[in-house]
Design a protein around this ligand. Sequence first.
Ligand SMILES: Nc1ncnc2c1ncn2[C@@H]1O[C@H](COP(=O)(O)OP(=O)(O)OP(=O)(O)O)[C@@H](O)[C@H]1O
Ligand SMILES: [Mg+2]
Length: 215
Amino acid sequence: MTVIAIIQQKGGVGKSTITANLAGELVEKRLIVRVLDLDPQQSLATWARMGGGILSEIVGPVSIKSPKEFKAVVDAASNEAERVILDCPPGLPDTGMMAALMADLVILPVTPSPLDVIASKAALELIRDVQKQRAKGRPLIAYAPSRIIQNTVLARDLEKTLAPTKEKILPGISQRIAIAESVLMGLTLREYAPSSEGVKEFTDMATAVERMVKA
Ligand SMILES: Nc1ncnc2c1ncn2[C@@H]1O[C@H](COP(=O)(O)OP(=O)(O)OP(=O)(O)O)[C@@H](O)[C@H]1O
Ligand SMILES: [Mg+2]
């Protein structure tokens, strides 16, 4: 009954990729997981159907017509599943705001590009506003470094750049061809390329997420 929202204003930063693989890793941890694809383009739900793997069983498309309807859909999913993951479309605030209002944890994927880091401040401000409206410091916030190109200055600087926000930084995900391919196949990386080193990155991210939501 924990709701995790993946939010970021910018497109293409890895929201849906992190959603899919985090969901897959939580299933590996024997949790009942449901993913709601809130993107009107429904790319994750469409890929998942094509892939025929674990994602085809747990990802559902959702079209939201009102905040009230949205709450009902998320509540229904929370009644069935132990972890509900909301894959938000790019852009703020509408869906992002509704998702943040329902979430126990918001994950903000951020790539090492300086422009992305600057753009991501808007999402952080939005979530902090929601925190002020809600009790008990909810939602929790965590950055998820995404599409990291190893051994680059930008990648090394990302943590330093994010540090002043004082928000939690999850173990990051590298840029890998196999990840891009797995998305197109509608599979998790674990299903598509079980021996990829990226699988451990997603496992470590999921372990850190579980530590946060259980604390
Ligand atoms: N770690 C990675 N390594 C390689 N390719 C990646 C990685 N993460 C994402 N991609 C690729 O980048 C593209 C965008 O990723 P994704 O769809 O997850 O981003 P998004 O933030 O959900 O985008 P949108 O805002 O359009 O919903 C996809 O083609 C995906 O395969
Ligand atoms: Mg997406």
